[in-house]
Design a protein around this ligand. Structure first.
Ligand code: SF4
Ligand code: SF4
Length: 500
């Protein structure tokens, strides 16, 4: 028997859909408007500042709390009041899944009852939460890998934007897009499967929702056990049986669908009954904590690359020293989306396992504009500090912020290797005075003719590593001048000459 929806949606449903649609549209708009325009025009970091998982992760990893992230506690307070209302009404990834589920999975009522059933393995999200928090405690912040806000922003910034007109390809973008698409496709089979089983933010909110003041409550006397509430449930609450406050997304579908009016969302609903929520095995929980505690050192030992400098690990200007940077970066891709030149790309191998998908500057794709400070303006966690243009360039009287140093590859450089005149890199160099200067010579060609050449040399005292030279170098494939992270301001040990 296929269940037929009512002809008119209820007022609650309309209001919720309006909220969900508005928050989803806002999320898209903030991300889209980040690609151009003034970063101060809109609160681009709004969603990320409200994310208590980022707040907790950053606090555990760095033993500090950026003031803006304290807003995350507001969401916990809201959850203590009305449960996981964020999941049901605000979360953009939740709304996208709900939409996918609504559009692509027409089911009979019996099938819906089956897929809406709570399963013990939905507790996986709580084990994942325990694992990433234990990992953070050891100073490796990986909460962003599964955080729904970072995950959505990554999927859209790296997977969707590049295919829109004017978009720039992002290496590995397909990975972020594929993950997002897989989550949406999974909703075809189990509504909001990611929220139910994998979302560590949902798990965190679920822990607080156990004590929420407002809850779903079913009046057993008037209930006819018609199962319409279970059929309509968006979470895995099973409102007909043991109400699981920690699984309830407060979609209020059960209230809406109950023909007897037996289900209400009320102040001080009854306390959760067995099975105790979340339905956890102590052994597995201990295993998750232990896994998180050993995973960090293991990954670090097998190429984490935290301590030692890496040539291609060029961080955006204003980035904290590497250890602190990795304690703060939640891999949200906002800096990547805000970079006007496409210089910031997700690190696939450049920053080791721990730095996977953290931002690196790839000069061949885009140079860092001299006076641009957009990445620091939008970083929600302070992994990249806010700089003024004067501070970045050193026009305030201090040292300019360096992200690396350019090196001429004399084997590829046209004047050096092929007796062919070229001055592009010097022309592109934005510093004043220029970091690239020339050695002038008259070279004899193979046919005996002479040619006046200007061979580029780099003054490491002037070079800020912006990469505009590398970006515009006309030599195909690998440029003849390339930037390495050596000399970066944030790491006094990453120096060209020991002791310099
Ligand atoms: S400061 Fe450089 S890396 Fe950061 S957004 Fe601007 S151009 Fe991109
Ligand atoms: S550095 Fe970039 S990816 Fe990391 S938290 Fe800041 S804005 Fe997000």
């Amino acid at each position: 028997m296929r269940w037929r929806p009512r002809r008119w949606p209820s007022a609650t449903l309309v209001v919720r859909v309006v909220y969900q649609g508005s928050f989803l549209a806002l999320f898209f708009f903030l991300l889209a408007s980040l690609a151009d325009g003034d970063t101060r025009d809109f609160p681009h970091t709004l969603f990320h500042h409200l994310d208590p998982l980022s707040t907790l992760g950053v606090a555990l990893a760095s033993w500090s709390l950026p003031a803006a992230l304290a807003w995350g506690s507001a969401l916990l307070v809201l959850t203590l009041g009305v449960g996981r209302v964020f999941c049901g009404w605000i979360c953009p990834l939740g709304t996208m899944q709900q939409l996918a589920s609504f559009l692509f999975s027409p089911r009979s009522r019996r099938e819906s009852l089956e897929v809406n059933r709570y399963r013990r393995w939905f507790a996986l999200k709580t084990y994942l939460l325990a694992g990433v928090l234990a990992w953070a405690l050891l100073g490796s912040l990986q909460t962003g890998l599964l955080d729904p806000l970072s995950l959505s922003a990554r999927g859209l910034a790296s997977g969707l934007w590049p295919v829109l007109p004017g978009g720039r390809a992002v290496p590995g973008g397909w990975l972020a897009a594929a993950l997002l698409v897989a989550i949406l496709v999974a909703s075809r089979f189990v509504p909001r499967l990611f929220c139910r089983a994998l979302c560590p933010l949902g798990a965190l909110l679920g822990l607080f929702a156990r004590w929420s003041l407002f809850r779903i409550q079913r009046g057993a006397s008037s209930c006819t056990q018609c199962t319409l509430c279970r059929f309509a449930c968006q979470g895995a609450d099973e409102p007909l049986g043991a109400h699981r406050a920690s699984e309830c997304h407060v979609c209020l579908n059960c209230v809406d669908h109950c023909p007897e009016g037996s289900i209400r969302f009320r102040f001080l609903g009854r306390a959760p009954v067995a099975p105790e929520i979340p339905d956890l095995s102590r052994r597995l929980l201990a295993g998750s904590l232990l896994g998180g505690l050993v995973a960090g050192p293991l990954l670090r030992a097998s190429g984490g690359g935290r301590g030692e400098a890496r040539a291609e690990r060029i961080r955006p200007p204003g980035s904290l020293p590497e250890m602190q940077f990795l304690d703060r970066c939640v891999k949200c891709s906002l800096c990547q989306q805000a970079c006007p030149t496409g210089a910031i790309q997700p690190a696939i191998t450049q920053a080791g396992f721990e730095g996977f998908w953290s931002p690196v500057v790839v000069p061949r794709r885009g140079g860092c504009e001299l006076a641009c400070t957009r990445c620091g303006e939008v970083c929600p966690t302070g992994a990249i500090e806010r700089l003024t243009a004067a501070r970045k360039t050193g026009y305030d009287g201090g040292e300019p912020v360096r992200i690396g140093t350019a090196f001429v590859d004399r084997g590829r450089c046209l004047p050096w290797a092929m007796a062919t005149p070229c001055i592009v890199c010097e022309e592109m160099c934005p510093t004043d005075p220029k970091a690239i200067w020339f050695e002038r010579i008259d070279a004899t060609r193979r046919d005996g003719s002479t040619v006046a050449l200007q061979r580029p040399l780099v003054d490491p005292q002037r070079c800020v590593g912006c990469g505009l030279c590398e970006n515009r170098c006309p030599v195909g494939e690998a440029a003849a001048i390339r930037v390495s992270s050596v000399g970066e301001s944030r790491d006094p040990l990453n120096r060209m000459l020991l002791g310099a």
